[in-house]
Design a protein around this ligand. Sequence first.
Ligand SMILES: Nc1nc2c(c(=O)[nH]1)N[C@H]1C(S)=C(S)[C@@H](COP(=O)(O)OP(=O)(O)OC[C@H]3O[C@@H](n4cnc5c(=O)[nH]c(N)nc54)[C@H](O)[C@@H]3O)O[C@H]1N2
Ligand SMILES: Nc1nc2c(c(=O)[nH]1)N[C@H]1C(S)=C(S)[C@@H](COP(=O)(O)OP(=O)(O)OC[C@H]3O[C@@H](n4cnc5c(=O)[nH]c(N)nc54)[C@H](O)[C@@H]3O)O[C@H]1N2
Ligand code: SF4
Ligand SMILES: [Mo]
Length: 747
Amino acid sequence: MKTTRRDFIKITSMGAGGLAAGASPFVNWSIDFLNEDQIVPDDSKLKRVPTYCEVCFWKCAAWAYVNDEGKIVKLIGHENDQNSNGRLCPRGTGGLGMLEDENRLTKPLIREGEPGSQRFREASWDEAFDFIVKKMNKIEEKYGKESMALFFHGTTGPHFEYLWEAYGSDTMAEPAIAQCLVPREVGFKATFGKGLSSPEPTDIRNTRCLVLIGNHIGENMHNGHVQEMSQAIDNGATIITVDPRFSTAASKSKYWLPIRPSTDLALLLAWMHVIIKEELYDKEYVEKYTYGFDLLKNHVKSFTPEWAYTKTDIEPEIIRRTAREMAGAAPAVIIHPGRHTVWYGDDTQRTRAIAILNALLGSYGRKGGFYFPEKKRLAKYPHPEFEEPKWTWKTITKDKYKLTPLGATNVLIDHSLPENKSEYKIKGWFVAATNILVSIPDAEKTKRAIQNLDLLVAIDTMPAEITGYADVVLPEAVYLERYDFIRAAQHRKPHIALRMPVVEPKGDSKPGWWIARELGIRLGLEKYYPWKNIEEVLDWQLKKEGTSLAEMKKTGIKYFDKEDYLFIPDGADWEFNTPSGKIELFSNLLAADGYPGLPKFTEHKQNPQGFYRLIYGRVPMHTFGRTVNNPYLNTLRSQNHVWINPKVAKDWGIENGQKIWLENQDGVISTFAVEVRVTERINSNAVYLPHGFGSTGKKLSRAYGRGASDSEMITNVKIDPETGATGMRENFVTFLLENPHKEKQEV
Ligand SMILES: Nc1nc2c(c(=O)[nH]1)N[C@H]1C(S)=C(S)[C@@H](COP(=O)(O)OP(=O)(O)OC[C@H]3O[C@@H](n4cnc5c(=O)[nH]c(N)nc54)[C@H](O)[C@@H]3O)O[C@H]1N2
Ligand SMILES: Nc1nc2c(c(=O)[nH]1)N[C@H]1C(S)=C(S)[C@@H](COP(=O)(O)OP(=O)(O)OC[C@H]3O[C@@H](n4cnc5c(=O)[nH]c(N)nc54)[C@H](O)[C@@H]3O)O[C@H]1N2
Ligand code: SF4
Ligand SMILES: [Mo]
């Protein structure tokens, strides 16, 4: 059978047109961004090569199909993969665009202009490495190895983490922690003795009631979960969505609770109040497995639905009805923990409340609730012992934020500022596969820190914002051109997946493992790199598990027997990794470190007159800003829109489609204009601006200047005291209808 290119990117997606009432949440989403006349040959004549996707961090296993000219002609999900179930999301299918993007970095670059000037000269790898090693040696001499910090994300990260350990620095952090999921990890750890990690072990496909609190599955296209949510809906599960915006999920929900932003903790406390007062909780489970029930009961006594109404604008009757609905479905109920949980600076408290609610309903460790995931732990390739650094991220982060399990990027930035008077000074940064000028709030502060560095190296595939500020830019080959470490993420069953090169790296770009190893050798760390090629490491690891690189090249994935329980067997005794050994409704861990042991409600600032709370999120066809320049995905959405309520638009005389500029509470004005989308789907106190647009990367021909950047508007940061995470939702914007930059341009 012949298929056309158009067929191969036919995507089933809930995100696209999810509003059709009564329709299955998965609508066929046919995208015509490739020419119909490009015929893809019959599958049987193509070679297939295993990989896993790098377009987002869900890492779906996939097959790349290659024709006899060595060109990739299609990317499809691996049929045996738990993350993708054989289907890639629209972004994953468009992953080919990462390879083909003509704006890619293909040569090492050394900066010629001022930081940020984005003016570079091309260099050889030798020259680039020499430059870096010289600077690193100077920094080491003057400040010590610990003064070299690593910021990382994605599968490139581990190659540099290893290099850093070998070098002797543990000054490391990633925005996927303090700008993403750390409050939730600590909230769940404090309650159940364990964080959730990724993919989250939510048994969505078997749930009877899914409660999404600002979790926008649908725009958030984490593949397996979108599919499972669709299955749950088909099975008649109740969806309850709490979101000030009418999200895709809200359109699939029995209840949409358009909450006043920032007041979710009041709703959660009121739900607990109802569930305890009406004795709807799982008595046996609470009795057997939890600690601190009486303390909690007493704590939530005064948090009535009537009280919560004054905070949240959600009618008391709706609070009661939804609480009963959850309890009716229990234990097959999920109060979803969320993922990007850095909102208002009391985020560990909010996610704790979510964890407790799940505990009251007995859903943790139960079918249709949370399962116990398992991952294959691969043997580590032997290496000499690492040198102990004199100080690490822990020394500077944990002093202040005692419960964070990993480094906070923002703390490393603070220690790089000229005004940092502590003995722990950071003077050099390696930034690997993370665009920290966009992903960490308060970019002006980050830029001030950069000015104070002796060395900034960026390892990227694209000329992103951060590369413009680097002294040296190292071009990494894209995921379809390289090996990486084996994917051994957790899931229902332990399994592993291989990524291997499908095509040759473009230009002078090189895989991350090669860059890290070469640099390591030049830094005198040969003994940590006894292997020449990563294939040796992978084959060694795989052979320990009864397979080999050769076999994995054919199968892509391998499963292992599950050793632990998926759920708590009925009535079984169970020990949790908390101080009491029980699920802690009252957290001894938090209390011992001086934090509230029971979730504490905090009032947050509401919008000043003429200003609107800036809320942001995802669009289904993009991952942050990393895909906006992708030639395929850009045709699906090349810019963002700012969502404005019709009432507000009328007050301002703003029309749908009009271009405006945004100004925040601190007087920061958006660099670029953004088109307005006038819609009832957003609360009149807020505006919604999808993240990742409004790029200032001048070399990104399709992304530069398209739409407005939410990051630019986030200058007020609310730090979560338990973790140091950066709450980003207490920022307010107003509208400028005339071009505020005009004068500047005319001068
Ligand atoms: N304002 C605002 N800030 C946010 C968020 C938000 O919604 N709004 N979201 C937060 C969240 S949840 C997260 S997880 C973080 C994510 O933040 P980041 O880690 O910064 O993620 P990306 O924006 O995808 O940036 C990834 C960078 O890696 C590059 N890249 C892509 N693939 C490769 C590769 O294979 N190799 C190399 N070397 N580079 C590659 C891209 O070109 C890009 O420059 O941002 C957080 N920050
Ligand atoms: N397509 C796509 N999917 C992605 C990503 C991507 O870049 N693109 N990134 C992935 C990553 S790393 C992450 S961490 C996740 C993040 O995805 P999620 O954890 O699902 O979402 P958030 O970004 O926290 O939340 C955005 C939603 O919160 C709502 N919201 C804003 N303020 C409030 C409030 O005060 N209360 C409530 N109840 N709701 C509020 C917004 O209206 C919006 O619908 O997405 C993942 N999936
Ligand atoms: S969810 Fe989509 S973008 Fe993310 S890894 Fe899977 S296919 Fe790739
Ligand atoms: Mo994230």
